[in-house]
Design a protein around this ligand. Structure first.
Ligand code: C2E
Ligand code: CA
Ligand code: CA
Ligand code: CA
Length: 282
């Protein structure tokens, strides 16, 4: 009869909670209830001029807290449609802010994270360009559509289908975007792709940066990554810079740019104009 009601109730609860969360996330994306926070990326030159920001998604909850992406991106990634909807919203929102802020800071860039899952469906680049064209609407003045946007992709995303990824990245670059490898050194990858793929920047993962000012092995890895980037004609960005001693070590290594709590925390969009007024432009 109805014995299924009593089958593994704990697991049932987990499944129900997950379905509820997924429904709430779907609604949040649809009504634009997510938020992008922006973390500054500064050039590692005198005066630390600002280059741009990385867009990081948060989900405001009814109790006023912000759910971090680690608690809902994996859920979104379990559905191709959900992660695409989230990705489209992130692109459109970042582009809206970029257009606004670029009026006074023409060289500013915004970096957007792409999930490996977004490469599973063919035509990622065209979907992104379509979203951007649609959000620009009639105000599109024929300029390069993705100018100033950078897409961050992990090594995993690049290794999924290297040939197709290559084509998608070329499309995004033709539209004016730049490409960064995120979390460099942590993923499964081959160095050969670095030579082949159209990549502009290499972001050295925080796990190597964390102790680089007190651990000779980490320092060796970061230096090797910076030199590899430079020899291939790419720029190196260090993530997770928290202390001046890390900054000094990175400067001595010739690293090009830095990002981390030691420079600035991610901030809501409404705080960005004041930040822009307070720093030198890169
Ligand atoms: P990520 O792309 O590696 O982003 C950097 C993460 O490090 C961010 O966490 C940022 O707040 C944090 N961080 C920055 N500086 C420091 C520091 O000095 N110390 C420490 N301990 N942490 C620092 P967040 O915002 O929680 O994002 C976590 C991950 O979620 C991101 O890692 C990215 O993989 C993913 N994510 C965030 N936004 C998006 C998005 O819009 N789309 C997709 N697909 N993924 C996103
Ligand atoms: Ca990132
Ligand atoms: Ca990263
Ligand atoms: Ca990461």
């Amino acid at each position: 009869g109805a014995s299924w009601r009593y089958y593994e109730p704990a697991m049932n609860d987990a499944v129900l909670r997950r379905i509820e969360l997924e429904t709430r996330l779907r609604d949040a994306i649809r009504i634009g209830a997510l938020e992008l926070h922006y973390q500054p990326i500064h050039a590692l030159r005198d005066g630390l001029p600002l280059l741009g920001f990385e867009a990081l998604v948060r989900w405001p909850q009814p109790d006023g807290t912000l759910l971090p992406p680690a608690q809902f991106i994996p859920l979104a990634e379990s559905s191709a449609e959900l992660i695409d909807a989230l990705g489209a919203w992130v692109c459109a929102t970042a582009l809206h802010h970029l257009t606004l802020w670029r009026r006074d800071h023409p060289g500013l860039t915004l970096s957007v994270n792409l999930s490996a899952r977004q490469f599973d469906r063919v035509g990622l680049a065209d979907r992104v360009i379509g979203v951007v064209a649609a959000s620009r609407g009639e105000s599109d003045d024929g300029q390069v559509p993705l100018q100033g946007l950078e897409f961050e992709i992990t090594e995993g995303a690049m290794m999924r289908d290297p040939q197709r990824t290559h084509e998608e990245l070329m499309r995004l670059r033709e539209a004016g975007a730049t490409i960064a490898i995120d979390d460099f050194g942590t993923g499964y990858s081959s160095l050969a792709y670095l030579k082949q793929l159209p990549i502009d920047r290499l972001k050295i993962d925080r796990t190597f940066v964390r102790d680089l000012d007190r651990d000779a092995d980490d320092a060796a890895i970061v230096l090797a990554a910076v030199e590899l980037a430079h020899r291939l004609g790419r720029a190196a960005v260090a993530e997770g810079v928290e202390r001046p001693t890390q900054l000094h070590a990175l400067r001595a290594m010739g690293c090009d740019a830095v990002q981390g709590y030691g420079l600035a925390q991610p901030m809501p969009a409404r705080q960005v104009p004041a930040y822009l007024r307070g720093v030198a432009a890169g």
